[in-house]
Design a protein around this ligand. Structure first.
Ligand code: ADP
Ligand code: MG
Length: 682
């Protein structure tokens, strides 16, 4: 038995051809679609105490007619009707525009309920709605729908009422009775009834509660069944690493692992060892030490005879990683190779040959790694760094590379817990939530542009101590549209300001890759003191001697981005500083600057960022993969989302779910979404 009422909407009495077209445009094709088309707001008709009403507020009040209505016409169609009302012991004037028919209904001494805008100064209400004793249908709320064509709100309500009356009993509740009872949720039919025809505020709350839970549960069931599907259907690789060797490697590191690093290493290695394919997200703030976790995992994989791959978003980063991995594995029998687009011809061919016969243990590179020509001998583990920069499609290709390699996605953008369980709901998540001991938090200051002189003076002092600095600007070149600083101008200003003793470098996305590489190299070798750059330095770059960052027009960046940028400093022993140059015009802008000076905790910032920007903008729209809910709000309803996730996990794992008729409607909706067959894996 289907839980969807599939009858076309024009089977309803009164829905003609034209109406059906409007309804179709609104996405309403079936009766079920109609019932599921929810109001976007409710007009509040509850009677209010006029003494408490504020100027210009839209209110509903009850009063007694205190004067004969006076009607005046302007031309044929326009009219104005005024009448005095006694509300409690206050006398107000009610004005009706273009409602001449009201005159005969407003009878001296009788009661009337009016809704309209309250002009407190003139003690006057401009009436939109009124009801007298004979036409009083008692309702507190009127749902308002977003409609197309010539469809009127009251007509739409009539259709919904009719649909509920004729088909309401056919509404099958996808939520099994156990769940309804457990959380005291309304039935699906009651929910429709209440959301379309609410009687009270409590009603609406209950209707909403039920609707939100169902949306989240279905969504989480999809995520969890995908997860189960992946586990059941991927004959992954069991990496039987040599524990002694791995421990020995960990002990040989120049520092002890943090508790958090130990925990995530354990989570990752347990996953690698199991025959199911790992699909794990590793999140940790900038500087939390993800690279070494990656190195340990790759090494473990090598001790079991497998190759590993590390994929990063830029060539600079690829080089840095290849270099630091090579150094970490210096005295071990581990071959690290770098593959970038600039490795061509014979050199490339040799490298690829070596890779395919297993002579290379770890391959580091950009997305060049997932091209067809790249063949591994026995790929066991793939790690991507700064995962959010890769599109969904690339993630998929990567997963399909090799014989079901274990996959670890690393990101330094702490993902608000809300988004982690939605966007990455089908993945396991490991979190490094502490920084190595002894780190000095970066001191952050917000300076107005007028204070540039003092800021530069400070910069001079740091440089004279032998330190280096980043200066970040939002744009590359002068733009006539925006009055913002650009890298080229700032570069020449600073060169002038510092003279020939200080070397100022310039870096931006329009430079040729080899030029970029050259500048970065000079900066990391300290032949450049100050690096003026656009946000291309945002990701991963590691120059511990850089202790200062100045960010021009900082209000133009989001919190997460500012945090990423700031993470380029504070990587060495010395105290680091970040100066935000900004004259924000909005309150949100000011709030952002203040928050940046108050915390260096990436998780706090990411939650705040989400709050200020909204979920859609968090990752950038294109690759966000953000689910859309009709009523549920991931931030506001977070607790329900968590409950729904736990319920979904339990349901998916319980055999009862799969053969118990009470869950049939739920399963049906799942298979309709492709989740059970794994079709919607990406
Ligand atoms: P991220 O998570 O941003 O990639 P990195 O892996 O680059 O961080 O680590 C930042 C710095 O911290 C590196 O110089 C690394 O050697 C160092 N580091 C990593 N783990 C520890 C630790 N447990 N104790 C001390 N220093 C560490
Ligand atoms: Mg890193």
């Amino acid at each position: 038995m289907s839980n969807i009422i599939l009858e076309p909407v024009d089977t309803l009495k009164g829905v003609g051809k034209e109406t059906a077209i409007s309804l179709n445009e609104m996405g309403i094709h079936t009766i079920m679609d109609l019932l599921d088309y929810l109001p976007y707001r409710y007009e509040d008709y509850r009677i209010k105490d006029i003494m408490e009403a504020t100027h210009d507020e839209r209110i509903t009040v009850q009063g007694v007619i205190h004067s004969e209505p006076a009607l005046m016409y302007y031309g044929k169609k326009r009219s104005r009707l005024t009448v005095r009302l006694l509300i409690g012991n206050i006398l107000v004037k009610a004005v009706f525009f273009n409602q001449p028919y009201a005159k005969s209904k407003l009878i001296l001494g009788e009661s009337v309920i009016i809704t309209g805008k309250w002009d407190k100064n003139r003690q006057e209400i401009t009436v939109n709605h009124f009801s007298t004793n004979d036409n009083q249908e008692k309702k507190d709320y009127e749902p308002i729908y977003s409609l197309r064509g010539s469809l009127k709100n009251h007509t739409f309500r009539k259709f919904v009422a009719l649909a509920l009356k004729e088909y309401g009993d056919k509404v099958v509740d996808p939520l099994p009775p156990e769940i309804l009872q457990k959380y005291r949720l309304l039935s699906k039919k009651e929910t429709f009834q209440i959301l379309h025809f609410p009687g009270s505020e409590e009603d609406m709350k209950q209707g909403r509660r039920r609707y939100v839970y169902e949306e989240f549960l279905l969504f989480q069931l999809k995520m969890q069944s995908l997860r189960k599907f992946q586990r059941d259907h991927s004959t992954g690789i069991s990496i039987l690493y040599v524990e002694g060797k791995v421990n020995e490697f960990i002990t040989s590191l120049p520092f002890p692992l943090t508790v958090a690093q130990k925990r995530v290493v354990h989570e990752i290695l347990t996953d690698c060892q199991s025959p199911a394919r790992m699909n794990r997200l590793l999140q940790g703030d900038v500087g939390s030490g993800k690279t070494v976790v990656a190195a340990i995992s790759l090494y473990a994989s090598i001790t079991a005879g497998f190759q590993g791959a590390l994929m990063v978003p830029t060539e600079i980063l690829a080089e840095q990683h290849a270099e630091s991995l090579a150094k970490m594995f210096e005295h071990r029998d581990v071959t690290v190779a770098l593959l970038t687009s600039s490795i061509k011809g014979k050199k490339r061919k040799v490298l690829l040959d070596q890779l395919s016969i297993g002579r290379i243990d770890i391959l580091v590179g950009t997305h060049a790694l997932i091209q067809d020509e790249v063949n591994f001998h026995q790929l066991g583990l793939v790690i991507t760094d700064e995962q959010h920069r890769f599109g969904v499609a690339q993630r998929k290709v990567l997963r399909e590379k090799g014989e079901n390699p274990n996959v670890l996605f690393m990101t330094a953008t702490p993902i608000p817990r809300t988004l982690a369980i939605t966007v990455f709901g089908e993945m396991d998540v490991s979190t490094i939530d502490e920084l190595p001991a002894g780190r000095k938090p970066i001191e952050t200051y917000w300076a107005k542009e007028e204070m540039l002189d003092r800021v530069l003076h400070f910069l001079k002092k740091e440089i004279s101590k032998g330190r280096q600095a980043y200066v970040i600007t939002p744009l590359i070149e002068e733009s006539d549209k925006l009055d913002v600083q650009n890298a080229i101008d700032v570069h020449s200003q600073l060169s002038l300001y510092f003279g020939s003793n200080v070397k100022v470098g310039l870096m931006h996305g329009r430079l040729h890759p080899t030029e970029k590489e050259q500048v970065m190299k000079e900066f990391s070798e300290h032949s450049v003191d100050i690096l003026v750059s656009t946000t291309v330095v945002e990701v991963g770059v590691n120059v511990p001697n850089a202790t200062m960052m100045i960010i021009y027009d900082a209000e133009r960046f989001g919190l997460s981005q500012l945090h990423q940028l700031r993470g380029r400093v504070g990587r060495g022993e010395e105290q680091s500083y970040c100066i935000l140059l900004a004259n924000p015009k909005t309150d949100v802008g000011k709030e952002r600057m203040t928050i940046m000076t108050e915390t260096t905790d990436g998780f706090v910032l990411s939650e705040k960022d989400l709050e200020l920007r909204g979920p859609g903008d968090f990752f950038g729209r294109k690759q966000s993969g953000m689910p859309e809910f009709k009523m549920a709000d991931m931030v506001h309803d977070y607790r329900v989302l968590e409950i729904a996730r736990d319920d979904a996990k339990a349901l998916i794992d319980s055999p009862i779910f799969w053969d118990h008729e009470r869950y049939e409607a739920l399963r049906e909706r799942l298979s309709a979404s492709g989740a059970i067959t794994g079709e919607k894996l990406d």
